[in-house]
Design a protein around this ligand. Structure first.
Ligand code: IPE
Ligand code: IPE
Ligand code: MG
Length: 240
């Protein structure tokens, strides 16, 4: 059988860091550290599997409800990781992007994000899109606010107009959304863009997720039939 094309855009809800730490009697921070370190091998595996765009959910608009020390640990880890990974992205030809309500993050972190994006902006090989302080509902509200400010006649609003005002305006919708740690919910992730994504959940905790797990998810994706609302016999490509 001919090789099926890989999904173009994979989005991952990286969940289970705390459970991973608890299983090992380690402090929470170690779980988050291990979680952050799991991103690079998965991003590199995307290259090998032909996945061009990887979006990872790093921090939700609801995650501020966590204990302050946990939030602080996460923010520090993000800063360190961006600084460290930017050169890897330059070398791999990957554009690093960030999406979410970034203006609510510390000015130091925002500056690091800005610099990382600037250093990698010209890269066209692949995209690593990191969702930080991201909420799908907030994204839609922000899009509508932006249109209202621009004087768009909202009584004539169309889908394409909304899509063009989302944080992900110049990215295709994800084909495959993976959630680790066994939960079966979106937790406010890419609500608009997920409309026709295939959803895959694995019990593997995020720090343990690696290339073999990603390959397995892609394999399952390739065996799915995406109908987009049409009749099955009208669907020409599997996994598309
Ligand atoms: C995901 O791991 C990381 C973030 C949400 C920031 P969790 O911290 O949610 O880990 P569990 O789900 O409690 O195990
Ligand atoms: C979703 O995980 C957010 C991220 C992975 C960043 P949560 O652990 O916050 O989600 P819930 O609370 O289980 O829905
Ligand atoms: Mg969780």
């Amino acid at each position: 059988m001919a090789q099926l094309p890989p999904p173009e855009h994979v989005a991952i809800i990286m969940d289970g860091n705390n459970r991973w730490a608890r299983q090992r009697f380690l402090p929470r921070a170690m779980g988050h550290k291990a979680g952050i370190e799991a991103i690079r091998p998965v991003a590199e595996a995307c290259d090998r599997l032909g996945i061009r765009i990887l979006t990872v959910f790093a921090f939700s608009t609801e995650n501020w409800k966590r204990p302050q020390d946990e939030v602080e640990t996460l923010m520090e880890l993000f800063g360190e990781t961006i600084r460290r990974e930017v050169e890897t992205c330059v070398r791999r030809g990957v554009e690093m992007r960030f999406c979410g309500r970034l203006d609510e993050l510390s000015s130091g972190l925002r500056e690091q994000m800005r610099q990382a994006n600037e250093r990698t902006r010209a890269n066209s090989h692949a995209v690593l899109n990191v969702a930080v302080n991201y909420g799908g509902r907030q994204e839609i509200v922000d899009a509508v606010r932006e249109m209202a400010r621009a004087g768009v006649d909202l009584s004539r609003l169309e889908e394409g107009m909304v899509a063009r005002h989302l944080y992900t305006r110049d990215l295709p919708d994800p084909d495959l959304i993976i959630r680790t740690a066994g939960e079966m919910r979106l937790s406010n992730f890419l609500l608009w863009q997920a409309a026709y994504a295939e959803f895959y959940s694995t019990p593997t905790l995020w720090p343990d997720f690696g290339e073999a797990d990603l390959a397995e998810a892609v394999d399952v994706f390739n065996r799915r039939v995406r109908r987009f609302g049409s009749r099955p016999e009208e669907v020409e490509h599997r996994g598309r």
